[in-house]
Design a protein around this ligand. Structure first.
Ligand code: BV8
Length: 249
């Protein structure tokens, strides 16, 4: 049997599925991952510096422009077959929870509902000093607009060194701990606390399926490893699951 068959076998036996996705699932939509060398203007900056409160405090204009350029690119890209396959898989299970580290909203664009965005969404904003909600900032501003309280506006994403939004990680933990199968797609498994979810799921008895072009720390304990692009592997897993489900009927 192929690894696609192995994955479909595990999935078809499951009632409750949880998914953890990372930047790799959006790569085939044309969004660079964090591991990719930063392109162009950003080649000389470390994302962990830019995506941090200190980075913003030191150079609000630079960080604002980094997010603005990511938002401009996002406006031109579409969800890819990997996102769509997950959205379609969801209807085959009693419970199917997508937990994402991505801030690009592409799972929702592909039709996934109830997506848990561990690190927020790049199209939402709040003020830096007091967290006041703020409207979507127009694209193309050279520097951060000001909140009514006088503080800079920032993207309402989770930066390195910041806690995740209240309750969000708890929701992800519940989904991981109650899953029969935990599917990990396109993440290097290096950023915590998100990277702790696969072992939490495994310790609670879930079978792990990892889809990644390369092996990661998660591969050590995955039951199935599919070493291919998710935009190709996920539609094949979906197709095999449908075949199995229709042959059982
Ligand atoms: C926290 C939003 C505590 C922003 C992101 C020292 C100081 C402070 C903190 C720490 C520290 N040391 C450790 C920490 C904890 C830190 C951390 O984990 N650091 C790491 C680097 C060691 N974590 C935090 O700071 C977290 N908060 O700990 O808070 C706390 C608690 C209470 C109160 C206060 C504080 C917050 C982390 C969230 C950071 N924000 N994103 C933005 O996007 O701009 S993280 C960001 O990077 C992404 O969201 C994502 O999570 C991460 C990148 O990881 P991946 O998604 O995996 O992407 P990556 O590029 O790494 O890998 C892509 C993979 O895809 C590769 O494996 C590749 O092979 C594969 N791939 C590529 N193409 C494909 C593919 N796979 C399949 N198909 C393809 N086609």
């Amino acid at each position: 049997m192929s690894v696609i068959d192995d994955a479909a076998e595990l999935l078809c036996a499951a009632k409750r599925v949880a998914v953890l996705s990372g930047a790799g699932i959006s790569k085939e939509s044309g969004i660079p991952t964090f591991r990719d060398a930063q392109t162009g203007l950003w080649a000389n900056y470390d994302p962990q510096q830019l995506a941090s409160p200190s980075g913003f405090r030191n150079n609000p204009k630079l960080v604002w422009q980094w997010y603005d350029s990511r938002r401009q690119r996002l406006a031109e890209v579409q969800a890819n077959p990997g996102h769509f396959a997950l959205a379609e898989l969801a209807s085959m299970f009693e419970e199917f929870t997508v937990i994402t580290q991505n801030v690009d909203g592409l799972h929702q664009k592909a039709g996934s509902r109830g997506v848990i965005e561990l690190h927020g969404n790049i199209t939402t904003f709040r003020c830096f000093e007091r967290g006041h909600e703020s409207p979507v900032a127009p694209l193309g501003l050279a520097e951060p607009p000001l909140c009514h309280c006088g503080s800079f506006i920032r993207p309402a994403v989770v930066w390195f060194g910041e806690g995740l939004p209240e309750g969000v990680f708890q929701q992800a933990l519940v989904a991981a701990q109650s899953s029969d199968v935990f599917l990990i797609v396109g993440t290097s498994g290096l950023v915590y606390p998100a990277a702790s979810l696969p072992s939490v799921a495994a310790e609670a008895g879930a079978k792990l399926i990892e889809i990644n072009r390369e092996r990661t720390p998660i591969s050590e304990f995955a039951d199935v490893f599919i070493g291919r692009e998710s935009g190709k592997a996920l539609p094949e897993v979906l197709h095999r699951c449908k075949e199995k489900r229709s042959s059982v009927r």
